[in-house]
Design a protein around this ligand. Structure first.
Ligand code: NAI
Length: 339
């Protein structure tokens, strides 16, 4: 029995994400939570005759216990709650509003389903994931292996844009992206994970491609003319990341590997090496970083550190730029809770 809770289920991402989860045979129980509109979304999905059981909860339900009811017994919690970016706003501008929302939701998780796998979509991911970590620490329920910032959209874009420029098949690519999840903190490791296609590009095409991946979100924000940011591609990316866990085969010889933004906690295999490498390269002590990770239902089993070591000179330079911004973003998240 697998229960998934979607927090922010009535939003632009939450609705298509909930639809994809309702269609997945590996989800037994789907709990939808939001502060508004979730009864309509829940009733609509309820009519789909797939087997996942649907429940929906407003924050105000049952004397304000809606969140607890949604989270009760959840194995996986995925969080697209918050406000999206509007034109002219950076992900960092969202920080104040979304930081408060994330702190509240983290408290609910810490007190109701502290063992769940927690997947954070709410931006700015670079700072909201540290907020979750700090709230969990406060409640004595911090499981660093089980906390993820969902950065899969960066890989999705890295694959799509590379396919376009190199005339290759989008679904054949599996580009791993490291660093953070905004602008120049996003570093696609093309030279390591799409060497053949990358090798066919000119220096100019390489730089344009990397820039497009780093700022791909802006294309959607502008095209939507103020009506929000990426929702459909994000719902797909969030679902595909979550589905990795639903499809884990206990008998398989190898664990699936996906990029995600995680705490570089010493309890995770490969974290110490990653931190030491980043310190030597960038001079920064980096506590959260997106890396390709081996994943099991217990969380991150190991970080694939070797991929980072194999980055080319240009990518190493990008990691230095990333480190500078990312450290500030992480500190901002930590101070939001620590004061
Ligand atoms: P939206 O405004 O359409 O939906 C957000 C939903 O969150 C709304 O239904 C709202 O009622 C709900 N909400 C607000 N406060 C809440 C609370 N305290 N508890 C539960 N639900 C609450 O926004 P959209 O487009 O769905 O984006 C959601 C978040 O995802 C934003 O922060 C956005 O920046 C982020 N995002 C992340 C991406 C990623 O790659 N990680 C990509 C695109 C967006």
């Amino acid at each position: 029995m697998t229960k998934v809770a979607v927090l922010g289920a009535a939003g632009g991402i939450g609705q298509p994400l909930s639809l994809l989860l309702k269609l997945d045979d590996n989800v037994d129980d789907l709990a939808l939570f939001d502060v508004v509109n979730v009864p309509g979304v829940g009733a609509d999905l309820f009519h789909i005759n797939t087997d996942a059981k649907i429940s929906y909860h407003l924050k105000s339900d049952d004397n304000g216990t809606g969140l607890q009811n949604a989270l009760q017994g959840a194995d996986i919690v995925i969080i697209p709650a918050g406000v999206p970016r509007k034109p002219g706003m950076t992900r960092d501008d969202l920080f104040k509003i979304n930081g408060g929302i994330c702190a509240d939701l983290a408290t609910g998780i810490a007190t109701t389903c502290p063992e769940a796998l927690v997947m954070v979509i709410s931006n700015p991911v670079n700072s909201t994931v540290p907020i979750f970590a700090e709230v969990f620490k406060k409640h004595g329920s911090y499981h660093p292996k089980r906390l993820f910032g969902v950065t899969w959209l960066d890989s999705v874009r890295a694959n799509s844009f590379m396919a376009q420029v190199s005339n290759s098949i989008p679904s054949s690519l599996d580009v791993k992206v490291v660093g953070g999840h905004s602008g120049d903190t996003i570093v696609p490791l093309y030279s390591v994970t799409a060497a053949q296609e990358y090798g066919r590009l000119s220096e100019e095409q390489e730089s344009a491609l990397i820039h497009r991946v780093q700022f791909g979100g802006d294309e959607v924000v502008q095209a939507k003319q103020g009506a929000g940011s990426a929702t459909l591609s994000m719902a797909y990316a969030g679902y595909r990341f979550l589905r990795t866990f639903l499809e884990i085969d206990d008998d398989a010889e190898e664990l699936p590997v996906e990029s995600c933004y995680i705490p570089l906690d010493d309890s995770i295999k490969g974290a110490k090496e990653t931190k030491a490498y980043l310190k030597e390269l960038t001079g920064e002590d980096i506590e959260f970083f997106a890396m390709p990770c081996e994943l099991s239902f217990d969380g991150v089993e190991a970080i694939q550190f070797d991929l980072l070591k194999n980055a080319n000179e240009k990518e190493r330079e990008l990691i230095k730029v990333c480190a500078n911004t990312l450290t500030g973003n992480i500190n901002k998240g930590v101070s939001f809770i620590k004061g």
